[in-house]
Design a protein around this ligand. Structure first.
Ligand code: UDP
Ligand code: MG
Length: 327
């Protein structure tokens, strides 16, 4: 079964066309399917329109958030109730074309757990494309992830992965990274992209939360298995900077203090040095606390099992096979 999950926030004008196109594509696949629309607390007619569509088309479920809780939680609601072996996540704004769904399914059949869309000719404003380009660049550098368009909302995900995802905050932008970090095979397909015809984008141009999520995830990733080591290494960098500031202060301090307009510089150097020493002292303590928590609670047998995705044992040797009954 294919489950199509559509998060929608104030998309009343779009969803009628979206459903018609989705149903046409899904019917042509001749596989069981369901469409789950999660109305994320819309204040327009999205819910009313979706309910009318659920009466017109079969295999449709509509969920409604009591208020706007964000795209990540809307997707989580869909993942919770989806029954498909494969789920497709699709924005409601028709910027991505439902007709591309078969491309995703073909790629999944090649053995991937997640297939991400890649909007090669993205139809958004230039500043938005630039912000996205930077986000993709940073993500590729931080995580060694080979995908080109991490934040594309159009994806196909196997059940073994989507049932395991835990999206909070704005983590929907980093789903491929979560999958990649968990060791799932991921890939991408180039797709067409359209400009928004109705409604407007729900995200400000400066998606600073995406960047904050990126930093948070990179920190979680870096400190997951050996926090004490990582925190001590970072502390060493802070200590080195403190040492450099100290050296500059010793060499130039008395000269700078004697020049009227530069008198402040040694004070700033001194204060910065104290701050770097302070952070360098605190970091190993945090690392140690995390290490204690992790070793006592987190790195359990279940957690280790999650790290292996295959197990092969040698077949029994002929002399180990049970002896045939002489009678
Ligand atoms: N969306 C949502 N909740 C939100 C914000 C957005 O469900 O709080 C949905 C929105 O209706 C759309 C998808 O997430 O279906 C992507 O949003 P949008 O098109 O505004 O993002 P953009 O394409 O500008 O990145
Ligand atoms: Mg959009």
């Amino acid at each position: 079964m294919i489950s199509v999950i559509i998060p929608a926030f104030n998309e009343a004008e779009n969803i009628k066309f979206l459903f018609e196109r989705c149903v046409a594509v899904l019917q042509s696949l001749q596989r069981p399917y369901e469409i789950i629309l999660v109305d994320d607390g819309s204040t327009d007619d999205t819910f009313k329109t979706a309910v009318a569509l659920s009466e017109r088309f079969s295999h449709v479920t509509v969920l409604r958030h009591n208020k706007n809780h964000g795209k990540s939680l809307a997707l989580m609601q869909g993942f919770d109730i989806a029954q498909g072996e494969i789920c497709i996540t699709l924005d409601a704004d028709l910027q991505d074309e439902p007709e591309m769904i078969p491309l995703f399914l073909d790629k999944i059949e090649e053995g991937y757990d997640l297939v991400n869309g890649w909007r090669v000719d993205r139809q958004d404003t230039y500043p938005k494309k630039m912000v996205s380009r930077w986000f993709n660049y940073l993500t590729q550098r931080f995580f060694d992830c080979p995908l080109h368009d991490i934040n594309c909302g159009f994806k196909a995900i196997r059940r073994s992965l989507y049932k395991k995802l835990y999206l909070r905050g704005d983590l929907h932008r980093l789903v491929p990274i979560l999958a990649f970090n968990m060791g799932h095979p991921i890939s991408e397909v180039p797709i067409r992209h359209q400009a928004r015809l109705y409604g407007k984008s729900k995200y400000a141009l400066l998606r600073h939360r995406g960047l904050l999520d990126l930093i948070a995830l990179a920190s979680v990733q870096a400190t997951k298995t050996r926090p004490f080591h990582v925190f001590c290494e970072v502390a060493a960098v802070f200590a080195a900077v403190a040492f450099v500031l100290f050296t500059i202060w010793v060499i130039t301090g008395s000269f700078l203090s004697s020049v009227r307009y530069w008198r402040l510089i040694p004070i700033v150097l001194h204060l910065s040095m104290i701050w770097f020493v302070f952070v360098a002292t605190l970091l190993p303590i945090f690392g140690l606390v995390l290490e204690i928590i992790i070793s006592n609670q987190l790195q359990t047998r279940n957690w280790r099992n999650e790290l292996c995705n295959q197990r092969v044992s040698s077949p029994p040797q002929p002399d180990e096979l049970p002896k045939p009954d002489p009678l």
